[in-house]
Design a protein around this ligand. Structure first.
Ligand code: NAI
Length: 294
């Protein structure tokens, strides 16, 4: 598919990432179908996108007309088949290879023959996701950063069979979305998470072994290395379940014990402390006056 032919974008998964990706695509002028299997997640996404676009309008970053047009270009559906006319489908569901492969199998059946299937996966092999389809040349990684409307980067990941034409179409599309592109080969965690997750894991080990309080670990990395957020705050922002899934992919895929997830991270996920989206992770976001003890 030639880059200019992309008019309709389907996004699957309307959580933190999918809702942001759908907003970015609609604001850039594409018609967007946003699908989630959970109607409550769709409803939350519609509310969040509406609030975010209205904020852009009130800050003068988007005209009133452009804001209204963007919201009108978005359609929400809990029926996967509704997105069948999309030229590019971007998957942003849970970070599980089994679940994603099942979805790619379904997408391959319903999508147009010419459609490109992209995954926003943080770490999972694009080659293996592509293997569950009959169109491996048209499967590619399109890894947005969190939150997609703010973060300027898209990491494009080429699977073993991704064609040059598909790569160029997705690169051009990413640029039309206002993003800077980097390209990674298909290795576990790609570029960004290969480097970021060991740092986050080490921060958990520092907390676990009593090196310092969570606040001092985060302040140390913020002021000591000029990071906008400390690693534990960032982990809460990403989602502790997502961090754990990525570390498991790094450990299994690269076979090095340095990627073994910290037991404290595992315990938090087991306890349902998934980060900001759950109201509690390393920090407690429900009642700021009562921080959770590590
Ligand atoms: P999330 O948990 O906020 O949202 C996932 C959504 O997918 C949920 O609404 C869920 O109902 C839906 N879903 C699950 N299975 C589905 C299926 N079979 N069909 C349709 N919908 C389904 O997760 P989040 O954080 O948005 O992550 C999504 C993907 O983006 C993951 O692959 C993650 O690794 C990746 N990612 C996450 C980043 C982050 O900072 N959270 C950053 C970049 C990528």
């Amino acid at each position: 598919m030639a880059p200019a032919a992309v008019k309709v974008i389907g996004v699957v998964g309307s959580g933190q990432m999918g809702s942001g990706i759908a907003q970015v695509a609609a604001v850039a002028g594409f018609d967007v179908w946003l699908h989630d299997s959970d109607p409550a997640a769709l409803w939350r996404a519609e509310k969040a996108i509406g609030n975010s676009v209205r904020r852009l309008v009130s800050k003068g970053e988007l005209s009133q007309l452009a804001g209204t047009d963007s919201l009108n270009r978005l359609r929400y559906t809990s029926t996967l088949a509704d997105i069948r006319n999309s030229d590019v489908i971007i998957e942003a569901i849970v970070e599980s290879e089994v679940v994603k492969k099942n979805l790619f199998l379904e997408l391959d059946k319903i999508a147009k023959v010419s459609a490109i299937l992209a995954s926003n996966t943080s770490s999972i092999s694009i080659t293996r996701l592509a293997s569950s389809t009959s169109r491996p040349t048209k499967v590619i990684g399109m890894h947005f950063m969190n939150p997609p409307p703010i973060m300027k980067l898209i990491e494009i990941v080429r699977g073993a069979d991704t064609s040059d034409e598909v790569f160029m179409t997705i690169k051009t599309l990413s640029e039309r979305l206002g993003k800077t592109v980097i390209c990674s080969q298909d290795f576990p965690g790609f570029i960004v998470n290969r480097i970021l997750m060991p740092m986050i894991n080490e921060a958990f080990f520092a907390l676990y072994t009593g090196v310092a309080t969570k606040e001092d670990i985060d302040t140390g990395m913020k002021l000591g290395t000029n990071h906008p957020m400390g690693p534990l705050q960032l982990a809460d922002f990403i989602g502790l379940d997502v961090c754990l899934s990525i570390l498991k992919v790094l450990h299994e895929g690269l076979g090095d014990s340095k990627y073994i997830p910290c037991p404290l991270l595992v315990q938090y996920v087991d306890a349902g402390r998934l980060g900001r989206k759950q109201g509690i992770g390393v920090y407690n976001y429900q009642n700021k006056s009562q921080p959770v003890k590590p």
